[in-house]
Structure formats: C-alpha cells, structure tokens
Design a protein around this ligand. Structure first.
Ligand code: MN
Length: 758
C-alpha cells in the first residue's frame, strides 16, 4: 500500500491537496511524475505503456482547455488517476480515470473509446459519464434520483463509483476556485451522498477527506475554530502523547509482541460531530488523538489487548470487538479505551496488518490483493448483498423521497448485532425492532410474524433489539402485516415490504369492490355480467391505454372511474363488435337519455372489508343501521348511517351515493360511539369498563370531560359491538349502574371522539 493510503496522521485537507498539486508533474508520462511513481509500485511496464496511451489520448482531447484553478485540464484526470493508483486499482480503472471526462467534455464518444481501448474501459467511462450527467439540484427528489442512478452504476461495476469518488475528491481538493454558492452546493452534496457511500464501501481515507472538505466549505467559521483548537492541543499535549506512545511500545516489546504503534489525530469532522452530538465543548473532547497498534496476525491482536490492559486500566463500557463481529463495510479491529496518566482517556485500535489494509481501502482492497482470500471474498459478497438489498428497496419504493430516507438509514451504520435461532449474526441499524429482524431474515417471515421470543422470553413485536439478543420470530399461518408496524420499523427493507404488502392488498380489495360495483351497473342495464366477453374487455383495456382488467376494476373501487360509465363503454364495445345481446341497444340509448330501466342493485357490505371499504368515523354505522355508501377518490367506499349529519347535503343527490346493505349474520365487530353522563366520583370509569366487558364488548377508545366543580362528568367511549341488538343490550346493562345519569349512542358528533368525518 502506498504512502498516502497508510498515512498515520490524517493530514488536514489543505496540506494533502497542496501536496498532491505540488507533486503533480506534467506531462504525466515522465519518469518522475506523481502518477508514474505510483504506478511503478504495482503495475507491469507493459500495463503502464497502456496507461500512457490513454493519457495521451485524453491530453489530446482536452487540449487547450484550462481548469478554474488555472492548470491545464488534463491535470484533473491525472490527479484522479493518482488517487486511484494509491489504492492500487487495476489497469482498466486507471485508464478510465484518465479518460473519465473525455466523452462528457469533448466530441469523442464511448464508441471511440471502445475502438481504441476496448469494451471494459469504455463501459467504465460510460458509467462515470452517466453519473456526471446528473445535474445537481437542491430538491431532495432530484437528489434521490441521483442516488438511484449511482446505485445502478455501482451494481454494474463498483469500479465506476470508485472513479466517481476519486473524481469528487479531487474536485473537493480544488474547490477553492469555485464561487462560494457553488462551493456550498457541492460540499452539501458531497456530505450527503458521496462521503456516506465512501464510508459504506470502507474507503476510510477518502471518506474522511471528503467529510473534512465538505465541513470546511459548509461551515468555514466552525472549521477554522476547531482546526485552531486542534493545533493548540497538538502543542500542549505533545509531551503526554509521546510519553504514552513510548510506554505502549515498551510494554509490547517487553512481552515480545511485534507491532507498529502510531498516534493519530482524528479527522476534524468526526470531532465536530461528537461535539455537536453531545453538546460538549472542545476542551472536553480528549479523544482528538487515537493510538493504533498494528500486529502481525489475528491472535496477536488479543495478546496485544491483554498487554495494554495490563499497562493501563481499561474503561469497561468502551471495549468493542469488531474482529469477532466486523462492521458492515468489512472493518475489523479491537477498540478499547484506557485510563492513561492524569486520567486522560486513551483510545486504542488494535488490528492485524491485513485488517489494516481493509480498514483503509475497504472494497478497493479486492483490487489491491487479487488473492482468493476468504476474508476479501466475504467482504465482496457483503457489499454485493448490500447493493442488491438497496436495489430491492428501490424497486419497491413508490417515490424517490421514500427511497432516500431508506438509503440514509442504511448508509449510517449505527448497528446492533443480534443472533438468529441458528446462531447466525445479523447486523441491524440501532433502534431496530423484532419486525425489522423478521424482515431481515426473510420477507415471508416478516409478512407472517405474530410475536417474538427475545432471549427465551415472549415480547411484543415492537420491542427494540439490543446487542447480543437472541431473537426467535413466531409466525402465524394467517398473520398479515399490520399498518401500525410502520410506526416502529426502522430498516428500509421492512418498511418497503410492509408498504408493498399493504398496497397490493388494498388494490386487491378495491378491484374486488370495483367488480361488484360494475356488475351492479351492468345488471341495471339488463346485461348479465358474464355476457361481457374477453374480447370486449380487451378492446376497452386498449382504449384506456391500460394493461390489465384489474386496473379498471381497481379504479372503479377507488372511485377514480364511474361504474356506470365503464358499463356503458363495455356495452358500446359489445355493440361495435356486433355481438351485443338482443335489444340492449335500445336500453343503452334509453339509459343515455336518462331513462334507466331498472334501479341499481344494492351492494352487500361485509364486516371484513378492510381498506377498500371504510366505516365513517363520524357516525360509525353498525349492522342494523340503515346505511348509504359514498365513493371517495382517496378512500374508496365510505359507509355512513342514513341520518349522519356529515352527509346531509349529498343525500338529495343520488348520483353521488350507492345503495349498500349489510351482509346478514356477520360475526365481525364494529365500532360505535357512546356518550355517558355520570356522577363525578372515584371508581366510575372502572365500573363502566367492567360493564362493557360483561356485555362481551371491547373498549376501543375512551376520553373523559370533567367540568370544573361540576358533580357530573361526560365520558366518550368507542366500543366494539356486533350489531344494533348487541349495542342495545350493552346500553341496557350500563343504564343499570347506579350514578349513570344519561347514556346515548352518538352519530355525527365526531369532535367528542377525536376523529374526522369522511
Ligand atoms: Mn471529472
């Protein structure tokens, strides 16, 4: 690994940028140029010859163009190639880096690149070009779109995103030349999108530099204040630091542990984040310094840990074993915090040389060592899985903002680790609940989970999981996702799957309702629905520009199309295809002229309708009540009682409503509103509640209204009953309770029950 990728001190972005600029000797194919020196480390001379061919081609193409910084344009692709050469990226990637702006900025095409340098390089350039075409817009929707495209590019070939990240890093290093407003826009985009992706891919150095540059341009004042404070601390603590460093070295050598020990300063933005997160001031942040111990192999890590714990006392709560349980981006290390001299907390990371390489280069480490090492393969697999999961979420998410939310959650890996019943470790974001776990295991388990056993104890599904929990999901054959789960799931995957399920369920229900409504309209026109043939439907579907019959039926169920209209159109199809049942034309025309030959049938309402049919919360109809249905564009069919005040104005306009009736002998429970006036004395609520339970009913909601100084209180209940008879029995029972002064069912008194009329 090259010097800059293993640098022990994270240089402030300023110095690193100027170092790179100063070292950049043009033309790049000179023996002593920055790129030349880097490539010699790991590429064969015939490969390097190919790099220079790409370089000369790009140089020619950008001839005469000057960057805002005043340098010739080619200096930019060369710098990008240098960043990637530091990661020891392969030949096609380096060539693509040199050519990455050619298609975008000159007349040359991807085809030209393919002719000259082959398919692979051309594909990489094409991928980067497509990403470049993304116009930066501050609107979050546009940003989500950017994310989508980037993901698609990544899933094709992660090298595309590596070139793009290097491109962005160099642009950040030379951002000074831009206008301040432009600087802020680019910095924000970098902080929101590019830095998290670099972090997720384990490109630690690039990630930290991207964050620090973004911070510098987004908050110049804070950036300056913190860097000044760090500079001061650097001077003050020099002695302490070197003393600690020496004693760590001595301790390890004394125990014959071969190790490279270094002190490093944390990157600025992480210090800032810590300060703003905990509202601490700078003087309280001891940990601008961290120590790193790199040993030869995995077992030595634990030996070294023991040695250090023998030197200074560890702070027990701060120990983390990322070797046994690696982070999602493949990062492995032991983290411990020791109580040093003068009570200074000392953060130490202990890792093997191999872990160290992955910690710096992340997913790029694959190109660094083309070995068949199981570790790297596992990391690649994990990255691949992650991308697949994101793409899955992407295809399930209806809108871009939703998707962006999911992605942001997924990109900030504050994770908890839990065990499956088979002992497998699952990483979930902090705050994840049993439902998230269920969906992480399998969408089928998520869709049918009913309860959970956490460390052998039964717990509700909403229970938040903690590190080390043993989680076992209990499923039910008839269980279905509950919309309430959306309130407490935190993973994008669970959210997307639940939404997807609910949406498809709603459209199934709506299609079902739509079909009944259409049949009703057809019968009113004396057409038996089964007389409508597939050919009629096909023609109508084509005319509407749709694909499936179900779409039309769903639209009817949701009130987006009128059943009577669709029935007429179907009939017109039949006339046109000359297969119409005899005599229908006359009736059809009669209908057009407003002489309906038969009133519409009624639609039967079953209790289990769910989302396509809703019972209006204002009047809460129950079986036995005369009812009317209204088609509402967003809610589908909403059922009210005949006398509900909310619908008074529509009642005179029969075009707006549908005749509906109850299905006989429904076993479903329905909500009804009750108002009670009772003597204001202790224990009343309990007496009424037990009265409701005795009648075989449940309380869905209750609120109490006590007037000051009054000896009476008003209670508002929403109870669940089977029908009017059940409700009447319940009310009779409650009337018998002493001190119940008045009781009545309320319809259309929505405010008291804290619900909205539909
Ligand atoms: Mn570029």
């Amino acid at each position: 690994m090259s010097k800059s990728a293993t640098a022990h001190t994270v240089a402030s972005p300023n110095t690193q940028a100027s170092q790179l600029a100063a070292a950049l000797v043009l033309p790049a194919d000179r023996e002593d140029s920055a790129l030349s020196l880097r490539l010699k480390h790991y590429l064969k001379s015939e490969d390097i010859a190919q790099v220079w061919a790409a370089y000369r081609y790009a140089d020619q193409a950008h001839q005469g163009v000057v960057r805002k910084t005043g340098e010739p344009y080619i200096s930019h692709p060369v710098s990008v190639a240098c960043i990637l050469a530091d990661l020891h990226m392969d030949l096609p990637t380096i060539m693509a880096a040199l050519l990455h702006d050619v298609v975008e900025d000159t007349d040359l095409t991807t085809e030209d690149i393919k002719q000259k340098f082959g398919q692979q390089v051309a594909d990489l350039v094409d991928g980067v070009t497509k990403l470049d075409k993304i116009e930066f817009q501050s609107a979050s929707v546009a940003q989500a779109e950017n994310f989508r495209k980037m993901l698609l590019a990544m899933s094709q070939d992660v090298r595309v995103i590596l070139v793009k990240l290097a491109d962005r890093l160099h642009n950040m290093q030379t951002l000074e030349a831009m206008r301040p407003e432009k600087q802020k826009l680019i910095a924000k985009e970098t902080l929101d999108i590019y830095a998290p992706i670099a972090n997720r891919l384990g490109l630690n150095e690039i990630y930290q530099e991207l964050e620090d540059f973004s911070f510098k341009y987004l908050h110049p004042m804070r950036y300056n204040a913190i860097s000044k404070a760090i500079k001061a601390a650097r001077g003050n603590r020099k002695e302490v630091i070197s003393k600690i460093l020496e004693s760590i070295k001595r301790q390890l050598t004394g125990l014959h542990i071969e190790a490279e020990v270094s002190g490093r300063e944390k990157h600025l933005y992480s210090i800032y984040r810590k300060m703003s997160g905990k509202a601490t001031s700078f003087s309280q942040i001891y940990d601008i310094y961290g120590f790193r111990v790199v040993v030869q192999d995995l077992p030595s890590c634990y030996v070294a840990l023991g040695a250090l714990h023998g030197l200074y006392k560890p702070i027990a709560s701060k120990f983390k074993d990322y070797i046994a349980i690696p982070k999602a981006n493949g990062y492995q290390s032991l983290h411990t915090t020791l109580l040093g001299p003068f009570g200074t907390p000392i953060e130490v990371q202990i890792r093997s040389a191999e872990m160290h390489n992955i910690a710096g280069a992340g997913v790029a480490a694959h190109w660094l060592y083309k070995s068949s090492d199981a570790q790297l393969t596992a990391l690649q697999q994990k990255t691949h899985q992650w991308l697949q999961r994101l793409l899955e979420i992407q295809s399930d998410s209806a809108d871009s903002l939703d998707f962006l939310e999911h992605l942001k959650i997924d990109l900030f890996p504050d994770e908890v680790y839990v065990f499956t019943p088979k002992g497998k470790i699952l990483a979930l974001p902090k705050g994840a609940t049993a439902v998230d776990f269920a969906y992480a295991v399998h969408s089928g388990i998520g869709n049918s989970c009913v309860a959970v056993r956490i460390n052998q104890d039964l717990a509700p599904l909403r229970t938040e999981l903690h590190n080390g929990d043993h989680v076992e999901i209990i499923t039910g054959a008839l269980a279905k996702p509950n919309p309430a789960w959306l309130n407490y799931v935190v993973t994008g995957r669970a959210r997307a799957q639940i939404r997807h399920f609910l949406k498809s369920q709603q459209s199934t229900e709506s299609a079902h309702l739509g079909e009944r409504m259409l049949n009703q309209a057809l019968r009113a026109m004396h057409i038996e629905p089964n007389k409508i043939t597939e050919a009629h439907w096909q023609k109508l579907i084509r005319d509407y520009g749709l694909k499936k019959k179900a779409e039309i039926l769903t639209d009817i169920g949701l009130g987006k199309r009128q059943n009577v209209m669709v029935a007429h159109q179907l009939l017109a199809m039949a006339e046109m295809l000359e297969e119409a049942p005899e005599g229908t034309l006359g009736k059809f025309l009669g209908k057009i002229f407003g002489k309906s030959t038969k009133p519409l049938d009624t639609i039967t309402i079953r209790g289990s309708e769910g989302m396509a049919v809703q019972f209006a919360p204002c009047c809460r109809p129950i079986p036995g009540d005369p009812i009317l249905g209204f088609i509402n564009k967003d809610k589908g069919l909403v059922v009210h009682t005949h006398d509900c005040p909310a619908i008074r104005k529509f009642r005179l306009d029969p075009d707006k409503w549908l005749d509906v009736e109850w299905e006989p002998e429904s076993e479903h429970l329905y909500k009804a509103n009750l108002n009670l006036t009772v003597a204001n004395q202790p224990g009343m609520l309990a007496k009424i509640a037990s009265g409701i339970a005795e009648a075989g009913s449940n309380i869905d909601n209750v609120s109490v209204e006590e007037a000051d100084g009054s000896s009476y209180a008003n209670l508002y209940f929403t109870v669940q009953v089977k029908n009017r008879i059940h409700l009447a029995e319940l009310m009779r029972g409650l009337r018998k309770i002493p001190d119940v002064v008045r009781i009545n069912r309320s319809k259309g008194n929505a405010a008291a029950h804290d619900t909205k009329a539909s």
